[in-house]
Every structure is written in structure tokens, then in C-alpha cells.
Design a protein. Structure first.
Length: 453
């Protein structure tokens, strides 16, 4: 047991090391024996779990106020920041995001650190001699899936970015960037390779690790963003047809044992709940940091149960995202996990692809499954423009405050000017965040800076 603990600590130290910039990541000076970590089943899995923990705590997928749920919600028209403090989410709300912004730097640095971690996983596991072929395939498959997903978020947010697949410091510090379309292609390739390696069954009962269903869900999303409607529809249908996943009643969607979650992140401690709950919920005025923008609250149709179940109200002008019901610890144990991707999105992807292909029967069926669950009347559309608009409206109501969907949906349809209703100073170049200034200084191959900055 002492030997196991020692190796686990070494592995954890290795996977949490790193300089302030991803370009500076190189072999630690203390020469931790990574081969020792990867040659042991338990410590190899512990190293993988450390990657998931990093994504829960920092970067794009984190539910705290520096994750994209908060940042891009405040950037668009989902959240109103009310704190006078000069913090990152307030800069996003005020559209004052500059290249020297520390929140932008942290988002970039933490994500590339996580990419470095999975790249090190791939190298270490490939060279390991003490792991079974099944374990190797699972861990490398998970690593490739994470690498593709993180690069996808980077490119959709920053535009052209480096696609980093190695751990050589000399290469990484000079790496150039690829355009959004190329990054998306590389991410799809990583996910396809992950699919070949992963078993169909989930590697964990609580759906906190990547398996083929998670890969299928993100492939559906990525093909949607590529406007490959046929493949987006096919991969979404694969998830919809998986009997392990069922659409939940609204009040159950974000419980840890729900059947609609495809991938979720586990809180740090048993009894603790999600960062999203801590971040969004408030029950007294003034709101501590932010509240729902009334522009969002007012888009719900009369009778939409999502408004009454998923939006908390303090008074007529102060509302909060109440998808997650728990704020902090619960004595009986953890009740909620952070949902990263869920079944309902697959219905929306299938509906959007169908609308684009003028398959209105399918589009209506997919949308109406969600609408009837929300207590709304069914739609019967037969016009492409009307159907696409209906899908985007449904996505806005179903996926609000979840990992920046509103921003990415408006961006891919060239409709970000819609936020001018609440932010008259919105500029077209805000469709991308600026590249961090320190990265451009360290690596001129990342130039030019994004337009407008």
C-alpha cells in the first residue's frame, strides 16, 4: 500500500506540474519516473483521473466563473454581471476582453496544460510494459478523445490555434497555428481513432469517463459545426438509439444518476456538489456576482416548464440559473455531477440537420419530443428557414448557461449581432477572443493577432 501511495503521489505531481505558459512545459527537474506510473494499472488510471479533475477545476469545461458557461454567458445575452469587482467575468460582460486579460491567458494556459497531460499519457502508455492491451487501448482512447474535444473548444473560441500532439518542448515552443477548419478535421480524426480503441461499454458506472458514446456525441456536434448534416444526423442517432440513455423529467436532468447525461464530471469530494451550483445560485439580494439576463428569461414561451423548473426567482427582476439545485455540501452525499454533454442535445442536432436537409417530419419529431416534455404544443413546420430558426430558439431555451452553446450557435450562423439588443457596442470581431499577449511574445509563429485586437 505504501508503494502504491508513493507512485500515485509521484504521478499526481507529474500531471500537475507546468510553467505558466504551455510553451514552457518540459521534463520536470526532479526527474519523476513516469514509466513507474504507467506500468502500474492503478497509478495509470489515477493519472487519467487527474486529467478529469483538472478539467473540472480549470479551463473550458469548469463550472466556475472562469469556465465558458459563465464567461460566454456573460459575453453574450445569458448572464448579467452585477459585481463591481474587476474580475474576469465582468470584463467579458463589459466586452472589455483584451490580449493581456488574465482570464483569457488562464483559459488558454490551462487548456494547453490539459492537452500536454493527455499527450504525456499517450506517450507513457504506449511505452509501458506493465499494462494489459485492454487498459492501454482504454487510456489512450480517452486521451485522444479529450485532446480532440479540447482543441475543438480552443478553435471555436480563439480561431486559428496550434494543434499540439507531442511533448517535445523544443517543438512546442515554436509551433504554429492551424485554421478553424483544419483544427476541426484534426479533432474529428482524434475522435475517430479514440472510437477504434475504446470499448462500447462505459469505463465507469457514473459516466464520468469518455467512452464510445461520448465520442459519438462529440462527433455529432463537430460534424454539425462542419455542416456535414448527414454525418451529424447519423452520429446523433447512434446516441439516441442507445438504450442506456433516456430523456429525463426536467427536475432530474442534472442529478448524478440521471439517464440523459452522456458525460459528466464528478465533484472533488463526496458530499460536495457542482461548481455550477455554487456559481449560479443565489437566494437573497443583491446577487453576489451575476444573475440571468432578463433577455433570456423573457424568451420562454408561456407554459414552458423549463422556465419554472430551471430558473430560480428572487423577485421580478432577479433570476438565476437553477438547473443545478444544490449549492455546496449535502450531508447525505453528492447529489449532482457537472453535465458536459447530454441526450437532449442529440435530439437538437438531429433536428437541425433534418431542417437543413428539408426533412421536416424528422425535424418536427425531434423538436416536439423536447417541447412536449416542456409542456409546450407540438410544431408542424414545412419551411427550411422557419425550421432552422425554431431549432436555434429551442437550443437557446434548452441549453442556456451550458458551456457556451449560445455563443457558438450564434457564431456558426453569423448571427452574433443578435446580442446588440442587450449590448449595443457589440463588434463583429468579438466572434473570437484575442490570443494571449504573452503567447505571441514567446512564439512569433502564433502571429498575427486576431482581427480587432
Amino acid at each position: 500500500m505504501k508503494k502504491y501511495i508513493k507512485y500515485l503521489v509521484c504521478g499526481s505531481l507529474y500531471f500537475t506540474m507546468g510553467c505558466s505558459d504551455f510553451l514552457d512545459v518540459e521534463t520536470p527537474k526532479n526527474q519523476i519516473d513516469t514509466q513507474m506510473v504507467f506500468n502500474d494499472e492503478r497509478t495509470a488510471h489515477a493519472a487519467m483521473m487527474n486529467v478529469y479533475a483538472s478539467m473540472r477545476n480549470t479551463g473550458f469545461l469548469s463550472g466556475n466563473r472562469e469556465g465558458i458557461g459563465s464567461l460566454l454567458g456573460a459575453y453574450t445575452d445569458e448572464l448579467e454581471v452585477v459585481t463591481p469587482q474587476s474580475i474576469g467575468v465582468r470584463y467579458f460582460y463589459e466586452l472589455n476582453v483584451q490580449p493581456n486579460n488574465s482570464t483569457v491567458k488562464n483559459l488558454w494556459d490551462n487548456t494547453y496544460k490539459q492537452i500536454y497531460m493527455v499527450n504525456q499519457m499517450i506517450v507513457g502508455i504506449n511505452n509501458a510494459e506493465g499494462l494489459t492491451a485492454e487498459t492501454k487501448n482504454q487510456l489512450i482512447g480517452e486521451s485522444l478523445g479529450i485532446r480532440g474535444i479540447l482543441h475543438f473548444y480552443l478553435s471555436q473560441t480563439f480561431g486559428a490555434v496550434p494543434y499540439v500532439t507531442g511533448i517535445d518542448y523544443q517543438v512546442n515552443k515554436k509551433i504554429g497555428k492551424q485554421g478553424e477548419a483544419q483544427v476541426l478535421q484534426l479533432a474529428v480524426a482524434d475522435l475517430m481513432q479514440a472510437h477504434l480503441l475504446l470499448e462500447t461499454g462505459a469505463p465507469s458506472d457514473d459516466k464520468t469517463r469518455i467512452n464510445t458514446t461520448v465520442v459519438n456525441a462529440f462527433l455529432a456536434r463537430m460534424y454539425l459545426y462542419q455542416q456535414n448534416w448527414v454525418k451529424a444526423s447519423e452520429y446523433a442517432q447512434l446516441v439516441i438509439d442507445d438504450s442506456r440513455f433516456q430523456m429525463e423529467p426536467l427536475a432530474s436532468v442534472f442529478l448524478k444518476g440521471n439517464t440523459s447525461a452522456i458525460w459528466q464530471l464528478k465533484p472533488e469530494l463526496e458530499g460536495r456538489n457542482t461548481l455550477e451550483g455554487e456559481n449560479y445560485i443565489f437566494t437573497a439580494l443583491p446577487a453576489p456576482v451575476m444573475k440571468l439576463n432578463n433577455a433570456l428569461v423573457n424568451v420562454f414561451e408561456t407554459g414552458d416548464l423549463r422556465k419554472s423548473v430551471w430558473i430560480g426567482t428572487v423577485d421580478a427582476e432577479n433570476h438565476y440559473a437553477f438547473k443545478y439545485k444544490q449549492r455546496g455540501m449535502t450531508a447525505g452525499g453528492t447529489l449532482e455531477y457537472s453535465v458536459i454533454v447530454r441526450l437532449e442535445e442529440m435530439y437538437l442536432i438531429k433536428a437541425e440537420a433534418a431542417a437543413q436537409m428539408s426533412d421536416f417530419d424528422t425535424c418536427n419529431a425531434m423538436l416536439n419530443t423536447l417541447r412536449l416534455r416542456a409542456g409546450l404544443p407540438a410544431l408542424d413546420m414545412s419551411d427550411k428557414t422557419t425550421a432552422v430558426d425554431a431549432v436555434l430558439n429551442e437550443r437557446r431555451r434548452e441549453l442556456f448557461c451550458e458551456l457556451g452553446h449560445r455563443f457558438y450557435d450564434l457564431k456558426r450562423y453569423g448571427k452574433l449581432d443578435a446580442v446588440k439588443d442587450v449590448k449595443p457596442s457589440w463588434q463583429p470581431f468579438y466572434n473570437l477572443l484575442p490570443l494571449p499577449l504573452n503567447e505571441l511574445t514567446l512564439n512569433p509563429n502564433l502571429l498575427p493577432q486576431n482581427e480587432g485586437y
